[in-house]
Design a protein around this ligand. Structure first.
Ligand SMILES: Nc1ncnc2c1ncn2[C@@H]1O[C@H](COP(=O)(O)OP(=O)(O)OP(=O)(O)O)[C@@H](O)[C@H]1O
Ligand SMILES: [Mg+2]
Length: 250
C-alpha cells in the first residue's frame, strides 16, 4: 500500500476549477517532485493533502494516507495528523511565525501539541533546529522571529515541520530563499529523511533540485498532470512539449 494515494482529486475555489483529476501515489522512502508554472496548482495540491483549504472550496476525489481517506474524516482527526504525521514547509514560511513568541517556543509548541512528554520538548526542538541547518541552535532558540534573517526564519519553519518526525513532509519551494550552501544542507536533510523511510512531496521550479533528490516527478499545467514518471525517464525522454520546454529552460 502506498503511503499516500491521491485519486482523481479535483478542486474548485468558488466556481473556478483549479485542479482536474489529479492522481498519483507516493511510497515510503520516496521523494516526489511537483513542477509547473506559477498558478498551475502546485500549492493547492499540498493544501488539499494538509487539509488547509479555505471554506469556499469544493473538493472531489480521494486522498488516502496510510489507507485512510483524509477527505472523509473530521477536522479533529485531521488535526491529529496535521503537523505530526504530515508536516509542511509553507511557500512563504516566515509569515507563519508568530512575532510575539521565541522561535524555540514555537517549535516546542508543535511538538507538545502532539506528544505528552513536555520535558524532552526543548531537546527535540534544538535537534530539529540543527537538522534544519541552524548554526548555534541553543542561542537562536531564545530569539524572536524579527531578530533572525529571512533565511534563518525559513530554517526555523523547516525545524517546525520536522520536529514531530512526520512520515510525510510537504515542502513548498523550501529552498528558494536560501543561499546555495544552506540549500545543499536542506537537500541533505531530505536525503537523510528518505533514508529513514520518510516520504517527501517537494514543490520546486528548479530542475537541478529535482535531479539531485527526486525519485518521481509530476509536471503540472493549468491544474492538470501533463506528465509523470520516474525522473530518469523524464530527463531522458520527456514526452510532453511542456516538459521539454521546462527542461530546455535550465
Ligand atoms: N485561496 C485561494 N482562493 C482562490 N483562488 C486561489 C486560492 N489559492 C490559489 N488560488 C488560485 O488557484 C490557482 C492555483 O494556485 P496555486 O497557488 O496552487 O498555484 P502554484 O502552482 O502553487 O503557483 P506558484 O508557483 O505561484 O506558487 C491560481 O489561479 C490561484 O490564483
Ligand atoms: Mg505555490
Amino acid at each position: 500500500m502506498p503511503l499516500l494515494s491521491v485519486k482523481n482529486l479535483s478542486l474548485w475555489y468558488g466556481a473556478e476549477k483549479t485542479l482536474h483529476n489529479i492522481t498519483f501515489d507516493i511510497e515510503e522512502g520516496e521523494i516526489l517532485c511537483i513542477v509547473g508554472e506559477s498558478g498551475s496548482g502546485k500549492s493547492s495540491i499540498l493544501y488539499a493533502v494538509m487539509g488547509l483549504l479555505p471554506p469556499y472550496t469544493k473538493v472531489e476525489g480521494n486522498i488516502f494516507f496510510k489507507g485512510i481517506d483524509l477527505l472523509s474524516i473530521g477536522e479533529s482527526k485531521r488535526r491529529e495528523i496535521r503537523g505530526k504525521e504530515i508536516g509542511m514547509i509553507f511557500q512563504e514560511p516566515s509569515s507563519y511565525l508568530d512575532p510575539l513568541f521565541t522561535v524555540g517556543s514555537q517549535i516546542e509548541e508543535t511538538y507538545t501539541s502532539h506528544f505528552s512528554d513536555q520535558r524532552s520538548a526543548k531537546e527535540k526542538a534544538i535537534e530539529a533546529m540543527r537538522k534544519a541547518g541552524i548554526p548555534r541552535a541553543e542561542e537562536k532558540f531564545a530569539m524572536y522571529p524579527h531578530q533572525l534573517s529571512g533565511g534563518l526564519k525559513q530554517r526555523v519553519c523547516i525545524a517546525v515541520s520536522v520536529v514531530c518526525e512526520p512520515s510525510l513532509l510537504l515542502a513548498d519551494e523550501p529552498t528558494t530563499a536560501l543561499d546555495v550552501s544552506v540549500q545543499k544542507r536542506i537537500l541533505g536533510l531530505f536525503r537523510r529523511l528518505k533514508e529513514e523511510g520518510k516520504s517527501i512531496i517537494l514543490v520546486t521550479h528548479d530542475f537541478g533540485v529535482v535531479a539531485e533528490v527526486g525519485d518521481k516527478v509530476i509536471v503540472l499545467k493549468e491544474g492538470r498532470i501533463v506528465e509523470k514518471g520516474d525522473i530518469f525517464k523524464i530527463f531522458d525522454n520527456p514526452v510532453h512539449p511542456y516538459t521539454k520546454l521546462l527542461l530546455e529552460s535550465i
